[in-house]
Write a protein that binds this ligand. Structure first.
Ligand SMILES: C[S@@+](CC[C@H](N)C(=O)[O-])C[C@H]1O[C@@H](n2cnc3c(N)ncnc32)[C@H](O)[C@@H]1O
Length: 286
């Protein structure tokens, strides 16, 4: 009998997961996740007409790619009701006007990606899955895609380390791709100086070559963070991609900075959409 049918958490951390009424794991999250979901909904909504051109018979398709998909269901800590997680939100939001023709989910944790897949299948989503680190699943997912399609990827790791630049490099090979990406503020703030000295710094994965671009003598963390992100952005430009200047800051209940959501795209229209839906009064990411 598989772990999923045992209604037990198995190796999953009981502080982060519980078992939902369907017998599958559910992630316990902070309330700020709702801000992330709201922004994703807005982006999927504002890009609906662009997507529509790629769906329907004879067209190349419009896909959703989520390499850090989690179990597909969440419960806000302290709240009672369970609700859909990222990939299910994306699927149901797009379905209202121009549905994704394929949903590709992946996660390092097999139990979680299987749960997300089962939940998507239950909603009749055209889902396919891979298990493993994003650095390995990205090429497996790309191999299944129609290169002429329109692709939207959501990269939502917990840390910078889990987001190697190689993942963006691979995705950037697709002709039409927009990427909504989670950039951990912790690794760029609280852990910033610790990351300088580490031999295997998460920053080496995130923005290769960053050491040559940063003046370590600066006492201002904001300047240093800006330089790292500037370098990251220049690496993206080298791939023919760009980010909107405004990253949407997601804060915790005590107003602490948790992460930024940034949009990476080749098409300027995607960046215009992003400008429209983000809170431009917030401090700029870049
Ligand atoms: C923040 S959760 C994802 C939540 C999901 N995007 C949502 O909106 O419901 C991050 C997920 O990334 C997975 N993960 C962590 N490091 C990873 C890596 N290097 N590659 C792939 N998945 C990873 C974890 O197992 C976890 O499920």
């Amino acid at each position: 009998m598989s772990e999923d049918t045992e209604n037990s958490l198995g190796k999953l951390d009981p502080e982060k997961y519980e078992i939902d009424s369907d017998g599958l794991p559910i992630e316990i999250v902070g309330p700020w996740v709702l801000d992330k979901q709201a922004l994703m909904r807005k982006y999927i909504d504002i890009s609906k007409s662009a997507r529509k051109k790629y769906i329907g018979s004879g067209n190349a398709g419009a896909t959703y790619i989520d390499l850090f998909c989690g179990p597909g269901r969440i419960r806000v800590n302290g709240g009672r009701g369970a609700m859909p997680g990222g990939p299910l939100i994306a699927f149901s939001e797009a379905k209202k006007f121009s549905p994704f023709t394929e949903i590709h989910v992946a996660d390092a944790n097999e139990r979680l990606v299987r749960a997300a897949t089962k939940r998507l299948e239950k909603d009749n989503a055209p889902v396919r899955f891979e298990t493993g680190l994003a650095s390995a699943t990205v090429s497996k997912v790309i191999a299944k895609l129609n290169p002429a399609g329109l692709h939207f990827a959501f990269l939502d790791p917990y840390s910078l380390q889990a987001l190697p630049f190689s993942v963006l490099e691979e995705l950037a090979r697709l002709r039409r791709i927009d990427i909504l990406v989670h950039i951990s503020a912790q690794d760029l703030q609280r852990n910033l100086r610790r990351n300088f000295d580490r031999e295997n710094s998460p920053l080496d994965q995130f923005a290769p070559g960053w050491r040559g671009k940063v003046d370590f003598s600066s006492s201002d963390d904001l300047v240093i963070r800006g330089k790292i992100l500037e370098h990251w952005r220049s690496l993206l430009k080298g791939l023919g991609m760009d980010t909107a200047e405004a990253g949407q800051l997601i804060t915790g209940t005590g107003n602490q900075r948790l992460y930024w959501l940034a949009l990476i795209a080749k098409n300027p229209l995607a960046l215009e959409f992003w400008q429209k839906i983000t809170d431009n009064k917030q401090p700029k990411l870049l």
